[in-house]
Design a protein around this ligand. Structure first.
Ligand code: TYM
Length: 338
């Protein structure tokens, strides 16, 4: 097994990232067998697809490194690095640009969402972003990619690119690329905004009340949960009763994910109760889950040099793993590399 996944170092890590992806990274790392490997990276090259401030990107890259370690990513067991220190990512993207089709990229919903009404003004990087993401996983022969639901389409594209490349340029018995499988957690696939149950919880939402950040103080967490949008009805006892109640479903799903239970199980306990009872219970659970992570995060941030060293070491290991696949890709395309 080779597990590969990434996160953009923009803004701070929020509960959606944690429950949708990072907690799974840590769990997969902890259950790895001998001979398997985990590579986790900061997608700093992806971050330049949107307007950004260079100083902020630099700071956010280190902060996100601290956040991942605080969430349980162990740089001795996993390979933790940032893309910019492994030039093979950018090289591989260019090589795959010859295989990716315009029509495929035109269908990507993230590009449509992020470019909005201003398509002409969007960066070319935002459009070709999914090809870099394909490069990220194909470069390492990833077998499994733990992500939230919103990344599924990008992973399907990575498979399409891999398949077309293997068909077009490789003998049947010697494909260059492995087709990766996404791993999406059932209860936390899509954690929604606390202000609007139809929008995903996101770093780019202008309202900080919409998300729980890993760095939030417990008082802040409690306040955000108590102010979270809900409806006046009590919680139902059955899952079907949450249909059409996006905000209620979201809060129950968060509770379920945090306590490693199913939504049905949580409803069996809280069915018939109002939000006056459920919200404080949810807030407490969040605070207790996040407390040790936040403490570790704050401690790690005090030693920037140690974080730099983690990334440098991870990048050296990643470069070595990437090299044979990069070489095979150049070779398959008939490019003379010297
Ligand atoms: P990013 O930085 O937006 O998010 C990192 C991870 O968190 C998950 N996630 C969520 N899960 C559930 N509910 C939410 N509200 C929520 N918000 C975010 C994302 O699905 C993701 O798993 N393009 C990627 C980064 C990337 C990548 C890759 C991922 C670059 N290359 C290669 C996997 C493999 C992104 O922007 O994720």
């Amino acid at each position: 097994m080779r597990i590969v996944s990434g996160i953009q170092p923009t803004g701070s890590l929020h509960l959606g990232n944690y429950l949708g992806a990072i907690r799974n990274w840590a769990r997969m790392q902890d259950s790895m067998e001998q001979g398997s490997e985990c590579l986790f990276f900061l997608a700093d090259l992806h971050a330049i697809s949107m307007p950004h401030d260079p100083a902020e990107l630099r700071a956010a890259t280190l902060e996100m490194t601290a956040a991942l370690v605080a969430c349980g990513i162990d740089p001795n067991r996993s390979i933790l690095f940032n893309q910019a220190q492994v030039p093979a990512h950018a090289e591989m993207q260019w090589l795959l640009n010859g295989t990716a089709r315009m029509g495929w990229l035109n269908r990507m919903t993230q590009f449509k969402d992020k470019s909005g009404k201003n398509r002409e003004g969007a960066s070319v990087a935002l459009f070709t972003y999914p090809v870099l993401q394909a490069a990220d996983v194909l470069l390492y022969q990833a077998t499994h990619v733990p992500v939230g639901e919103d990344q599924k389409q990008h992973l399907e594209l990575a498979r399409d690119i891999a398949q077309k490349f293997n068909n077009d340029f490789c003998p049947d018995d010697a494909p260059v690329f492995t087709l990766p499988d996404p791993i999406i957690p059932p209860e936390a696939a899509r954690i929604m905004s606390l202000r609007d149950g139809t929008m995903k919880m996101s770093k780019s939402d202008p309202s900080d009340m919409s998300r729980i950040n890993l760095s939030d103080h417990p008082d802040e967490v409690m306040k955000k949960v108590k102010k979270a949008k809900t409806d006046p009805e009590p919680l139902p006892s059955e899952v079907e009763g949450l249909a059409g109640r996006a905000e209620a479903l979201n809060l129950v799903a968060i509770y379920a994910a945090l306590s490693d239970r199913t939504v049905a199980d949580v409803l069996a306990e809280y069915g018939g109760q109002g939000f006056g009872v459920f919200k404080p219970a949810l807030g407490e659970l969040m605070v207790e889950t996040l407390r040790p992570i936040t403490e570790r995060f704050n401690a790690l941030l005090r030693d920037r040099e140690a974080l730099d060293a983690i990334l440098a070491r991870g990048a050296a290991r990643a470069r070595a793993i990437a090299e044979p696949t990069l070489a095979a890709t150049y070779e398959a395309l008939g490019l003379v590399r010297g």
